[in-house]
Design a protein around this ligand. Structure first.
Ligand SMILES: [Zn+2]
Length: 301
């Protein structure tokens, strides 16, 4: 069949031409964030056409949406405690060759057992996860893993793919004569970004990279990286007894078996593990403060 026989087909040709131009234009921008070699591995080198500034603005925009719609824990002591650990990890990351981002850490006041990161350094740990944590190196492990997603530009990669997809679909929906239907389609693609980031499912490669970066950041910050392993082991055990409690966590993270194996392999490559911190008095104080809090607000229906 001759593709350009009718005028409608000609329109399709023009649309596909524009989509192709868009793809090429975006393709030229791919690689604007160069991979960095960290402990013998290249990290942060996936497809990403957002600049560092774009990542930060995007993260800020989504963070505002998240903080307006999800309950944030307003407890200064717990906030300070998490931020102190986060700040230590941030300084470590900056010294390790990842100076791009400043980080912000917040606790979401609900029972969900999960944590997530937005592009640009906005990191959230749910209160439900804090309740499961038994020592400081486990909290540091969660934060370091999420920082690994930021450093690896994993959110920006997903965003890049979404822009690419919506670019194509915006072009393709030009052929939908019903204007309302057309913009509904575009809005569906563009909307709900906050939800996307809170329940993000990264690729297995991205998870591996975040664990890899996390283990080494922990060790360099003076934390015992075994905290990551003990947390995965705990989740594995609890998931078997109450899978519904871990639904959110495992929808956005692969099962722990492979992560335990990879993380232990990385930990074994670390020669000097003496003097590494597992827990502190501040951790115990934070935990008792946490137990004293009123229950999280009920979810709005
Ligand atoms: Zn992850």
């Amino acid at each position: 069949m001759n593709m350009f026989k009718s005028s409608q087909n000609k329109n399709y040709y023009i649309l596909f031409y524009h989509a192709a131009v868009l793809l090429i234009a975006l393709g030229l921008l791919v690689g604007c964030t160069k991979p960095v070699v960290y402990h013998g591995k290249e990290v942060g080198g996936g497809m990403n056409f957002l600049s560092i500034d774009d990542e930060v603005s995007l993260g800020r925009q989504v963070a505002e949406e998240i903080e307006a719609t999800m309950p944030m824990l307003q407890d200064y002591d717990i906030h300070d405690y998490i931020n102190d650990i986060g700040y230590t990890l941030e300084l470590t990351a900056k010294n390790a060759g990842f100076p791009q981002f400043n980080y912000q850490f917040q606790v979401v006041n609900d029972d969900v057992i999960n944590a997530f990161a937005l592009p640009g350094g906005y990191i959230y740990i749910h209160r439900g996860l804090l309740h499961q944590i038994e020592n400081e190196s486990e909290i540091a492990g969660v934060l370091a893993h999420e920082m690994g997603h930021v450093i690896g530009h994993h959110g920006a990669e997903i965003w890049s793919k979404m822009i690419l997809l919506s670019g194509i679909i915006i072009a393709a929906t030009e052929s939908i004569p019903d204007k309302h239907k057309k913009w509904k389609t575009v809005a569906q693609i563009g909307g709900g970004f906050a939800l996307v980031f809170t329940q993000l499912k990264y690729s297995r490669d991205a998870e591996r990279e975040a664990d890899f970066i996390g283990v080494h950041l922990l060790r360099e910050a003076g934390y015992n990286p075994e905290g990551m392993v003990t947390l995965f082991q705990k989740f594995d055990k609890m998931n078997k007894s109450s899978p519904s409690a871990f639904q959110t966590f495992f929808s956005s993270h692969p099962t722990p078996a492979e992560r335990i194996k990879n993380t232990e392999k990385e930990i074994n490559s670390i020669n000097d593990k003496s003097m590494l911190v597992t827990t502190t008095k501040n951790f115990s104080e934070m935990k008792s403060e946490l137990e004293k809090l009123p229950p999280p607000p009920k979810k709005k229906k």
